[in-house]
Design a protein around this ligand. Sequence first.
Ligand code: NAD
Length: 279
Amino acid sequence: MNKKNKGKQESKTVVITGSARGFGYEMAKVFKQHNYNIVLSDINNENLQKAKKEIERIVGYGKVKSVVCNVTDYKSIKNLLDETINTFSKVDVWINNAGVNQPNKPIFQLEQKEVDFLLNVDLKGTIYGSQIAFEQMQKQGFGQIYNVEGYGSNDAMMTGLSLYGTAKRAVTYFTMALSKESKELTKNKVKVCRLSPGIMITDFIKSANGGKTQIELSEKTKKAYNILGDYANKIAGYVVPKMVKNKKNNRQIIWLTKSRAFRRFLTAEFRKNKFFKVK
Ligand SMILES: NC(=O)c1ccc[n+]([C@@H]2O[C@H](COP(=O)([O-])OP(=O)(O)OC[C@H]3O[C@@H](n4cnc5c(N)ncnc54)[C@H](O)[C@@H]3O)[C@@H](O)[C@H]2O)c1
């Protein structure tokens, strides 16, 4: 394609929930560089507007739209889809990224409202988003849905992360089950896939309950983050080109593979105080 015609090519459209900051925001930046139309969405409108301004500055042919959306509310996600279709007439990629961390407490100490809050965002939000995106993509005859895995998706367990791990383990099962349904119902035309970003140094790791509870990181956790963690922009720069090229249903895009983690432990000495000062 010559330079003159390149700008006239129709842009694809990506919707990312929870994209006012962190991983969702960083992925949006990279999709913009790939000439996608970007639909940013978040429960936090102030951050959302800031994010929109920043992403509009990034070079790329796509347009940027923002829609306030609370993923715990089915109607709010339906509105996100409707706004997207009204503006861009289709959705090529939908990423259920919005997520919250849990307070650093054992299971028996979690309050009922804390349990409900986390499961509503991390699990139900992903289920609702997948249902709504799937129905649209089935009608279109194409599209990709990505759900974001996290600690627990691979059965890992740790006191203080058990509820989060329960939700993320369920997200993994749910996503694989939906991809199987898609194989039968759409002959793999709708791709339902997983993103496994590893450990990201974002605001997420320091707060729970929608920012109301601060999380004190233990020395052990800080050490682990120093060795295995990365800033979200680095991980977004790795996963987005893979999504752009993906042609497979049930794909899992993993940043922190076993071999990458192994190499990190071998070079741990050089990453000692990378993000957090440790004793
Ligand atoms: N940070 C990590 O180490 C890590 C590791 C693995 C997976 N993840 C997952 O990656 C995803 C993004 O995490 P992050 O680190 O960027 O978090 P983050 O806290 O930096 O960003 C999450 C965004 O989601 C938004 N959000 C929260 N509740 C919402 C709701 N009800 N509706 C809509 N938006 C809502 C927040 O306002 C925020 O902008 C989450 O699903 C998280 O579980 C994070």
